[in-house]
Design a protein around this ligand. Structure first.
Ligand code: NAD
Length: 320
């Protein structure tokens, strides 16, 4: 088979490329660190199987440039970067990696939160400039213990977030249209309505997929109802938050700080994203919540299973 891998993460040591090479010794395989785009699609025009990650926008133009494509894998959980309807129309099967980073992403949400609540980046930057251990007046943080965490989405990642939050002694309230009452009792948190979670939390963290219905789930109307001084964490998808509304909420003093691993326009940063990146009290990271050693190993393992499954007529992790 002609297989092309895009957005290959690491190329040295026991990196992804080396592992993939061992699994497909008899296939014609090409590897690209870059995303798949109209600029390079001609290099793989005969590919039958393609594997990408979240930066490759698989739209009609790309699909039409790949006449032999039979199977498309995304090594991510989210697949909102792929036109699955058009793939279906063209008879191209699409698979994802449904559960690789549930702990990894949950830990990262807390990394962002703790960085903000204890002003770690700010303290480091200040110390580098001042070399003064006595000048700490602007660096007072706050404890997570006793604060209310609002978890939006209690799927695989949200559940791990709740477990960690309980370890910190936080009170947890959550919203999910499909609540898990057994977990609610086990972990001693409470499901509430979306608005109760939004308006009753000291920290809000998002763990839902990006869908048409979830576009701008966080918007000006509900930001206005948030507790003054709320912290907002987003490790899910940028489009869940209306960026302009977030900037407005911060300027109004409703949202004190935001930890964002994802941005609405992260594939093509706009002026408003630059504004956000440069705001004090905002930490933006370049979509790396998933990127830990353990999660990468799982991604590669499941990517191989997805491709081998398709080749052997036993497809797994197919998305609709
Ligand atoms: P999951 O499918 O296990 O859980 C998602 C949950 O969200 C489900 O329980 C669903 O019922 C709920 N949900 C859907 N719409 C909702 C809404 N409007 N309000 C409240 N709940 C809602 O998914 P997961 O594994 O927990 O991952 C969540 C998302 O995190 C993924 O869809 C992906 O976009 C994102 N993610 C980001 C990274 C990263 O590197 N930043 C890595 C992995 C996943």
């Amino acid at each position: 088979m002609k297989i092309a891998f895009f957005e290959v993460f690491s190329e040295v040591g026991d990196g992804e490329k080396e592992i993939l090479e061992k699994h497909f010794p008899n296939d014609e395989v090409s590897y690209f660190k870059e995303k798949l785009s109209m600029d390079n699609v001609s290099l793989v025009k005969d590919a039958e199987i393609i594997s990408v990650f979240t930066s490759s926008q698989i739209n009609k133009d790309i699909i039409d440039s790949l006449p032999n494509l039979k199977f498309l894998n995304t090594s991510s959980t989210g697949f909102d970067h792929i036109s699955t309807t058009y793939c279906q129309e063209k008879g191209i099967a699409v698979s994802n990696v449904p559960a690789y980073g549930s702990v990894t992403v949950a830990e990262f949400a807390f990394a962002l939160l703790l960085n903000l609540s204890r002003k770690i980046s700010e303290a480091r930057n200040q110390l580098r400039q001042s070399l003064d251990f006595h000048n700490i007046a602007t660096l007072r943080g706050f404890d997570l213990k006793g604060k209310t965490l609002g978890v939006v989405g209690t799927g695989r990642i949200g559940r791990n977030v709740i477990k960690i939050a309980k370890g910190f002694g936080m009170d947890v309230i959550a919203y999910d249209p499909y609540p898990d009452q057994v977990y609610e009792t086990e972990m001693k948190f409470s499901y509430k309505s979306f608005l109760e979670v939004i308006s009753g939390s000291d920290v809000i963290t998002l763990h839902v997929p990006y869908t048409k219905e979830n576009d701008h789930l966080i918007n000006k109307e509900n930001i206005a109802k948030m507790k003054k001084g709320v912290y907002l964490i987003n490790t899910a998808r940028g489009g869940l938050i209306d960026t302009e509304a977030l900037v407005w909420g911060m300027k109004e003093g409703i949202i004190t700080a935001a930890g964002l691993d994802v941005l609405e326009d992260e594939r093509n940063l706009q002026a408003r994203d630059h504004a956000l990146i440069n705001m004090p009290n905002v930490i933006v990271t370049p979509h790396i919540a998933f990127y830990a050693k353990e999660a990468e190993a799982e991604i590669v393992k499941v990517t191989v299973e997805n491709i081998k499954g398709f080749i052997s007529n036993n497809p797994v992790n197919i998305v609709k």
